[in-house]
Design a protein around this ligand. Structure first.
Ligand SMILES: Cc1cc2nc3c(=O)[nH]c(=O)nc-3n(C[C@H](O)[C@H](O)[C@H](O)COP(=O)(O)O)c2cc1C
Length: 200
């Protein structure tokens, strides 16, 4: 486990989230680590069919899901199994995560099921910590980040990870807003650095 995986989760290319993801990766590098950035919008991922195929305990690994390698979901799952830490940069859409990210997360049901069956390839993953920076346009909203945080928490649990308290940033809306807020940029950079330095 020698690399960090950063998931950039916005549908908008070159916006605040992409910039945040690149800052996270830069923070990791400044701490002496290595990071790969995955732009989730660029991966073709089918929605979970809720077909129950993954409930059969005799199916293991990539064979667990009926969709198997037919799309690129596993290109995103693979780093979750091998990375030293994973980091999400995501905008808030309607008080939650963007639909493309959520579509991929739902495909994580196969790992939830494998963990329930105590399959060693998933149950024996080392404990690790995941991190997130969540960006929202609104300046207010008490529960603005709650849905995103809970979904990420239970998603990363599939891979033996705890989710650290996310860095939540408000009032970041038009494409270049984050680039005008040096304090936010510094906090994101610091999160990348800390994520690497505190990983086991
Ligand atoms: C479909 C959609 C839904 C959004 N919903 C919310 C919302 O519920 N609350 C909020 O504060 N901002 C909301 N926003 C604003 C984005 O979170 C904000 O513009 C963010 O900075 C976008 O990041 P990006 O530049 O990476 O795309 C929404 C934006 C879009 C496109």
């Amino acid at each position: 486990m020698t690399r960090a995986a950063v998931f950039a989760c916005s549908h908008r290319r070159g916006g605040n989230t992409d910039h945040a993801a690149e800052l996270l990766a830069e923070g990791v590098r400044r701490a002496g680590g290595a990071a790969d950035v995955y732009y989730v919008r660029n991966f073709e991922v089918m929605p979970c069919l809720a077909c129950g195929y993954c409930d059969a305990p005799e199916r293991t690994g990539r064979e667990r899901c009926v969709l198997g390698p037919t799309d690129q979901a596993w290109d995103l799952f693979a780093p979750c199994l091998t990375a030293r830490t994973i980091l999400f940069a995501s905008p808030i859409y309607f008080y939650h995560l963007p639909s493309r990210l959520k579509t991929w997360i739902d495909r994580g049901q196969q790992f939830w099921r494998a963990r329930l069956d105590n399959e060693p390839w998933i149950a024996d993953l080392p404990p690790r910590t995941a991190h997130a920076v969540l960006l929202a346009g609104q300046p207010t909203g008490e529960k603005l980040f709650d849905g995103a945080r809970l979904t990420l928490k239970y998603f990363v649990h599939n891979f033996g990870m705890d989710l650290a308290a996310p860095l939540t940033l408000r009032g970041v809306d038009t494409r270049n807003d984050l680039r005008t807020k040096a304090d936010f940029e510094a906090r994101i950079l610091a999160l990348g650095r800390t994520a690497w330095e505190t990983a086991d």
